[in-house]
Design a binder for this molecule. Sequence first.
Ligand SMILES: Nc1ncnc2c1ncn2[C@@H]1O[C@H](COP(=O)(O)OP(=O)(O)OP(=O)(O)O)[C@@H](O)[C@H]1O
Length: 247
Amino acid sequence: MRTVSVDRLTAAYDTGDPVLRDVTVSAEPGRMLAVSGRSGAGKTTLLTTMAGLLRPASGTVFLDGEPLRDRDHAVAQGVALIPQDNGLATFLTAGENVEVALLANGCRPAEARRLTVEFLEQLGLAGQRDQLVEELSGGQQQRTAIARGLALRGDVLLADEVTSELDAVSRQSVMELLRKEADRGAAVVFATHDPDAAALCDAELHLVDGSAELIRAELDPPQPKGVEQATVSAVPNGGRHDPAPPA
Ligand SMILES: Nc1ncnc2c1ncn2[C@@H]1O[C@H](COP(=O)(O)OP(=O)(O)OP(=O)(O)O)[C@@H](O)[C@H]1O
């Protein structure tokens, strides 16, 4: 399992002004890190950079201390991303979306089929497996994207606003599934604008207009099973300020 960390990260699109400035944070195996903040604060940009899809303007993303090169490198190192816009192929069925992603990730066909059934069931979508994505509701599409991300069983799971379309019951069950991923040993990074959902995570990095302003970090997290060292630490603004005391 891997630690993903960013060190003094500044990110920008094209030649525009930075939308993330000097952010330092680390998410470690077995723990959940919330990335919170209002719309436009930079949550997606942070996860996109952690996924290797956006190159930092300055600063570095590390996986277990090794600088991340690009998306291919991230995929090879087990970094799974559930994107905010779900990224599903609308002309494929829910099941095909999950299965194709698993096959592309090197999964054997029989195993890909088994995992597809298992994870769609976990997301309450057993009856939607053969339905085209374009025929699914917004919440069902979001759950399909979550099933696909979870089925990949990455070492790092980046979940971008994955509960935004869901009712309270589905939201609760998705939070439990993300916790299960962390218990499996994955480093889970969960972007959300929902303070209640963020509070369910072990630590929180709060972004305000691209800067990390407020932090809730566990000082003495419990050791999850089978993981030697498991802490989530997050230091805003290059570590120049002391972390806020835990809530
Ligand atoms: N592809 C892009 N090109 C140019 N600017 C972008 C692009 N994507 C995002 N931005 C800008 O970067 C800033 C941060 O956006 P980002 O999507 O990271 O915020 P967010 O916190 O995820 O917002 P939301 O909660 O609404 O999804 C915003 O000002 C946005 O307009």
